[in-house]
Design a protein around this ligand. Structure first.
Ligand code: ZN
Length: 135
């Protein structure tokens, strides 16, 4: 299991990049609009294969915009890579973790992901992520 990314929800990605890119000096790989999730995302690689993702909600009434309204800016979730997401879901559920979805969501590049409820992880939303087969 390896850390894939840490997602931080922000009000404004450009203002946040002043800190994470310009002040802290993390390289900026790209900024992407992800309409399927109603977020704009800045990807800042950390050099070890993991990255920081800055998430700016682009629509009201989504999970991320509600999180921002309720809790303010800050860490939204951690994402760990697993080899086999269905296996990981079964293993973690058997150990008492609460997986939010019954089946993994599939992203635009064929990647699979699912979230573990923060109530079962001491307050942190955890994303499980299986890379697409061709990467
Ligand atoms: Zn994520």
């Amino acid at each position: 299991m390896q850390l894939d990314h840490i997602a931080i929800v922000v009000e404004n990605i450009n203002t946040a990049l002043e800190v994470y890119h310009h002040a802290l000096g993390l390289p900026l790989d790209r900024v992407e609009d992800v309409p399927a999730e109603s977020v704009k995302v800045a990807f800042l690689p950390l050099g070890d294969g993991s990255e920081i993702e800055l998430l700016q909600p682009t629509a009201p009434d989504t999970g991320v915009s509600k999180f921002l309204a309720k809790r303010g800016e800050g860490i939204h979730h951690l994402c760990v890579e697993v080899d086999d997401i269905e296996q990981a879901m079964a293993d973690f559920a058997a150990k008492g973790l609460r997986i939010i979805e019954d089946t993994p969501r599939v992203g635009s590049h064929g990647q699979k992901y699912v979230f573990v409820h923060p109530k079962s992880t001491h307050g942190v939303l955890i994303e499980l992520y299986e890379k697409p087969a061709d990467e």
